[in-house]
Design a protein around this ligand. Structure first.
Ligand SMILES: CC(C)(COP(=O)(O)OP(=O)(O)OC[C@H]1O[C@@H](n2cnc3c(N)ncnc32)[C@H](O)[C@@H]1OP(=O)(O)O)[C@@H](O)C(=O)NCCC(=O)NCCS
Length: 143
């Protein structure tokens, strides 16, 4: 497992773009990834087949994305990556991890619940998909 931190090397940005596409099924433009990693406090844990991107601000961290390539899911890889992130954040004295996830993303919500996150709120109409609005669930884990 590799920890990528800001400012990320060009080669790492390419790995992130590749893993994002393979896990989420939609591209994330490399220029936008570069912009994200230009912001201090941005980190990613990378494995060959999965990644987690998060950002620290004060004593909280937000998970922006976690994903594992489709062919090797349900083998504990996201759990392994999230555990590494939790350990890293504990060492940095972070008290809370939070995130937003589509209410319709049942695998992700199940995963986060299994990992100890709880739903702490709801944002209606947060995402849109082909003109259809989808609510986000706000989830948190307290370290
Ligand atoms: C969510 C995701 C990261 C989980 O990755 P994973 O490596 O398959 O997860 P794990 O194997 O560590 O799963 C741990 C637990 O989470 C739950 N879980 C994971 N996927 C699940 C699914 N499809 N349905 C129900 N529960 C699920 C289970 O409780 C699982 O334990 P079990 O397999 O012993 O039952 C993966 O499905 C993914 O990449 N999805 C696409 C990207 C995405 O939507 N990311 C979230 C946006 S922030």
């Amino acid at each position: 497992m590799r920890l990528i931190s800001h400012p990320a090397a060009e080669e790492d940005l390419k790995s992130i773009a590749d893993l994002y596409l393979k896990s989420f099924g939609k591209p994330w433009e490399i220029g936008l990834i570069r912009e994200s990693f230009a912001i201090p406090g941005t980190f990613a844990f990378l494995k060959k087949n999965g990644l987690c991107i998060f950002r620290i601000a004060a004593d909280e961290a937000e998970i922006y994305y976690i994903g594992v390539t489709e062919n090797i899911r349900r083998q504990g890889i996201a759990t392994l990556i999230l555990d590494a992130a939790k350990k890293f954040l504990t060492e940095k004295n972070i008290k809370k991890i939070f995130l937003e996830v589509s209410e319709e993303n049942f695998p992700a919500i199940s995963f986060y619940k299994k990992s100890g996150f709880e739903i702490i709120g709801r944002r209606p109409d947060y995402y849109s998909e082909n003109d259809r609005k989808i609510a986000a669930a706000n989830m948190a884990f307290y370290l």
